[in-house]
Design a protein around this ligand. Structure first.
Ligand SMILES: Cc1cc2nc3c(=O)[nH]c(=O)nc-3n(C[C@H](O)[C@H](O)[C@H](O)COP(=O)(O)OP(=O)(O)OC[C@H]3O[C@@H](n4cnc5c(N)ncnc54)[C@H](O)[C@@H]3O)c2cc1C
Length: 348
């Protein structure tokens, strides 16, 4: 049995923690946020909740499909009923690239996964790790935290389950792993959460535009999904995503101008003017989706007992599966790292 520090409790961190704890290892799972989920994110407001990170996901590989089937049986996810979705853009817009979503929200799925973690996992919320350091006395790692303190637990191994750009900083003890992460790029995404007192002038629940460069890549009616709570006085809640190109060009723009431009673009797609929303808040994801993942399932240095997993990684597998999207890659990568680490930590 080994003591392992896992940094990041998104889908990858939750998966690696669950798998390693199931093999009897003892896990401390650190996250800088108050709760788990990372980019499986839901923002609460007086006007209702908004899934402002990943709106959903697909399951292409047999292994992930089997996992999603257990989540579906538990009532944690649903398939989208978005047959009346998808507006203009291009002809391919009638396909649904991310048809599965969390119930009653995307973040609820992550919270269910966290609640189901085996007893050997300790969740350490609100703890941002700033460095992974070798222990002065004896082998093992300790973690430096953003409040200036050090978690002096002696970890036999440490796993970094973060977006590539953030992982690169923490992986400094392994120059090759850090370099691999530094050269993996994520696209940013401005998102807008908006609520209206009346339905919008469209029968559609989803608009996708893969026709980059444009302003909007997605508009999704959040309140139309299974399990969403309705709020008195709010008739429709939408989440809009800007395209990576537009976000890059407006990365430092003030939120007010981003809100105005995304609403204007949405009006253009609807072909109708919109009343001022009751609520409109923009969120900038600096690292939203990985442009080109690495072609390995994860990074594991058996000599240092240091590893990395997450959506930055993907080994081509399953011949009948299309290239997996971010959440599926994060899950596959977390599982792969757990297997590699377990082989090192419990040989034979
Ligand atoms: C707007 C948007 C749209 C998306 N659309 C889709 C989609 O349609 N389909 C799909 O499959 N995927 C989509 N994704 C991508 C998907 O959300 C990610 O690929 C997936 O959630 C990544 O999981 P992860 O565990 O690798 O990382 P994350 O979810 O990013 O988890 C990392 C965790 O680490 C924590 N953390 C970061 N730094 C530190 C630190 N120093 N110390 C401690 N904790 C730290 C963070 O708080 C976070 O909880 C989208 C993402 C966004 C933002």
């Amino acid at each position: 049995m080994a003591r392992i520090g896992v940094i990041g409790s998104g889908i990858a961190g939750l998966t690696v923690a669950a798998e390693l704890a199931a093999s009897s290892h003892e896990i401390s799972l650190f996250d800088k946020s108050r709760g788990p989920g990372g980019r499986c994110a839901t923002r609460r407001s007086a006007f209702g909740a908004f899934d402002h990170g990943a709106p959903g996901f697909s399951a292409g590989t047999a292994a992930f499909r089997a996992q999603v089937a257990t989540w579906r049986d538990a009532g944690w996810v649903s398939g989208a009923n978005e047959a009346n979705g998808i507006a203009t853009g291009d002809a391919s817009q009638h396909s649904q690239p991310s048809p599965i979503y969390g119930v009653p929200s995307m973040n609820a799925l992550a919270r269910q996964l966290a609640a189901a973690l085996p007893a050997g996992v300790t969740l350490c919320a609100d703890r941002q790790v700033t460095a992974i350091e070798p222990r002065a006395a004896g082998a093992g790692w300790q973690l430096r935290l953003s409040d200036g303190t050090t978690d002096t637990t002696s970890f036999d191994a440490v796993v970094v389950a973060l977006p590539a750009e953030q992982a690169a900083v923490l992986l400094a003890p392994d120059a090759a792993l850090a370099d691999a992460m530094r050269h993996t790029r994520s696209d940013p995404c401005w998102t807008l959460m908006a609520a209206w007192s009346h339905p919008l002038p469209t029968a559609l629940d989803v608009y996708r535009n893969s026709d980059s460069p444009g302003v909007l890549s997605l508009a999704m009616r959040d309140d139309a999904r299974l399990g969403r709570t309705n709020v008195d006085g709010v008739a429709s809640r939408w989440v809009l995503h800007a395209t990576p190109q537009w976000t890059n060009e407006h990365l430092e723009s003030p939120a007010d101008s981003v809100i105005a431009e995304l609403l204007r673009a949405f009006e253009g797609h609807l072909g109708a003017g919109l009343d001022a929303p009751l609520h409109a808040v923009a969120h900038r994801w600096r690292y939203a989706q990985v442009r080109v993942p690495r072609s390995e399932p994860c990074g594991w240095n058996a000599a240092l007992r240091l590893g990395a997993c997450g959506d930055a990684w993907h080994a081509p597998g399953d011949p009948d599966s299309t290239a997996p999207d971010g959440i599926e890659r994060a899950w596959l990568s977390g599982r792969a790292l757990a297997q590699q680490a377990h082989r090192t930590l419990s040989p034979g």
